[in-house]
Design a protein around this ligand. Structure first.
Ligand SMILES: [Zn+2]
Ligand SMILES: [Zn+2]
Length: 199
């Protein structure tokens, strides 16, 4: 009986050792943090530090100018969809880009041609964008991180989530980030598969 237990233990160890490196090496992408040149270093460093706690392969890119073609003059803000396609073109295979800016961004939402938003990411997608413009002054850095993680979640194929405490809840045009505490178990599962270190 004892022998069987030991044999089983070794068998388990062996299979764990031989399989885990393969799982980790499979198609884990690199997240590129792309600041636009209006973004304070402090904002970038905060999002980077928090994101690194959940995902190991994060790289900070040198800051770039906001592309002129994304400017929407009638509302004096940038079109988020244009920014995303601009970032996607610059994103190499095996990478995923999140753009960060303090400028106001917008997209078309149903009948509303130009609707101001906090962030945008296609589901799934190669790049996304988060803006601090609509966030609360006293809590801006944490909220920017939550918007970033929400948009990154979309790029990984996660749709909106009904849980109010989950990062993937639908903002429905408001800033609801303060009720969010993490990913719910359902959303977490998708990200763990993609190599996120979530407990
Ligand atoms: Zn969303
Ligand atoms: Zn969720």
């Amino acid at each position: 009986m004892k022998l069987l237990a030991i044999t089983l233990f070794f068998a388990l160890c062996f299979s764990t050792l031989s399989f885990s490196p393969k799982i980790q090496a499979s198609k884990k992408i690199i997240i590129d943090l792309q600041p636009f040149d209006d973004l304070p270093k402090e904002y970038l460093n905060y999002v980077h530090t928090e994101l690194k706690k959940m995902y190991s392969d994060v790289e900070i890119k040198g800051s770039i100018a906001l592309p002129k073609h994304a400017w929407y003059a009638p509302r004096k803000r940038y079109r988020a969809d244009s920014l995303i396609s601009y970032l996607s073109k610059r994103t190499p295979v095996g990478h995923l880009t999140i753009g960060l800016t303090t400028k106001d961004i917008s997209t078309t939402n149903g009948n509303i041609k130009d609707w101001g938003i906090m962030g945008l990411g296609y589901c799934p997608g190669k790049s996304c964008i988060a803006s601090s413009f609509r966030l609360n002054k006293g809590n801006k850095l944490l909220q920017l991180f939550k918007v970033s993680i929400h948009e990154l979640g979309h790029t990984q194929g996660i749709p909106h989530c009904p849980q109010k405490t989950c990062y993937m809840q639908d903002a429905e045009g408001k800033n609801k980030t303060d009720t969010e505490v993490g990913f719910c178990d359902k959303c977490k599962k998708v990200l763990v598969k993609a190599g996120w270190a979530l407990k």
